[in-house]
Design a protein around this ligand. Structure first.
Ligand SMILES: NC(=O)c1ccc[n+]([C@@H]2O[C@H](COP(=O)([O-])OP(=O)(O)OC[C@H]3O[C@@H](n4cnc5c(N)ncnc54)[C@H](OP(=O)(O)O)[C@@H]3O)[C@@H](O)[C@H]2O)c1
Length: 252
């Protein structure tokens, strides 16, 4: 299937590793020009070089998305360098620090950075024929998982913002969707670390997944590509759960 993504310009936060990197790779393979950011300058440089090999325009910057001014300035810069912005993928999450620090971090990184990203992209969306936003949430926002903590709560807030925004921006032709992945196994990523350091928890989580395995970053990226594609042009306000059946609620 031709996703008709060639020539789209997409901004992805946290595009050097894990799910964000897989989204950038998948979109670049489909002919999208991509803009990525992350905190590590070395990782941004090497990711930009690797993505550029796909023959698309790539721009990247080392920054912390919690620095609202620097983040907005970069989106402006990236939009100008790419020649517009058709889609924004908000992919960064916060830290699991204990106490208030963790709550503030998860708010800043999951919600406020998504809000700032959307606001900075809006002027570019006016010029796009297929503008959209994809928010990366988690199944931990949908059902009780691990603890009553800020990560789950702020990801749930992100889903509420995403759905409400789809209503608000629909009249402007801007689609807003979310993806809630279950456990995604990425070499060197969080579930790899859990497998090494907390094997019983890893195994007990795996046992709750009917498909009998964790997901891949590429499986999440493929869904992001479909949501951004003009072929997903009537899809807005949805939350796509990609979890191998881990969440037990019945979806209607
Ligand atoms: N992995 C899973 O099982 C899973 C499941 C459900 C949902 N998710 C969600 O998927 C998203 C990506 O997770 P992941 O596992 O792929 O993470 P990851 O492998 O740790 O990658 C995170 C990416 O974001 C960048 N980043 C982190 N903090 C940043 C900041 N403050 N400013 C700019 N860039 C930042 C990282 O680079 P730097 O460190 O250099 O900044 C890296 O490129 C998150 O929202 C997470 O909650 C993941």
């Amino acid at each position: 299937m031709d996703l008709k993504l060639s020539g789209h310009n997409v901004i992805i936060t946290g595009g050097t590793k894990g799910i964000g990197r897989a989204i950038a790779e998948t979109l670049a393979s489909e002919g999208c020009n991509v803009g990525i950011c992350a905190r590590s300058e070395d990782d941004v440089t090497s990711a930009v070089a690797a993505l550029s090999e796909k023959g698309v325009k790539v721009t990247g910057k080392a920054l912390d998305v919690a620095d609202g001014d620097a983040f907005a300035a970069w989106i402006q810069e990236a939009g100008e360098a790419l020649g517009g912005i058709d889609a924004f993928v908000s992919n960064v999450a916060g830290s699991n620090a204990p106490g208030d620090e963790g709550w503030i971090s998860q708010f800043n990184y999951n919600i406020l950075s998504a809000v700032h990203g959307v606001e900075a992209c809006k002027p570019f969306f006016k010029e796009s024929t297929n503008p959209s936003v994809v928010m990366i949430s988690t199944t931990a926002a949908l059902e009780h998982f691990m603890n009553a903590g800020p990560y789950n709560a702020m990801k749930a807030g992100l889903l509420n913002y995403s759905g409400a925004l789809s209503q608000e921006l629909g009249a402007k032709g801007i689609r807003v969707n979310a993806i809630s992945p279950g456990p995604i196994f990425i070499e060197g990523g969080s579930w790899d670390k859990i497998k090494q350091g907390m094997a019983p928890f890893y195994e007990s989580t795996l046992a709750t997944i009917p498909l009998g395995r964790m997901g891949t970053a590429e499986e999440v990226a493929a869904q992001a590509a479909l949501l951004i594609s003009p072929l997903g042009g009537f899809t807005t306000g949805t939350n796509v759960v990609i979890d191998g059946g881990m969440t037990k609620r019945i979806q209607y």
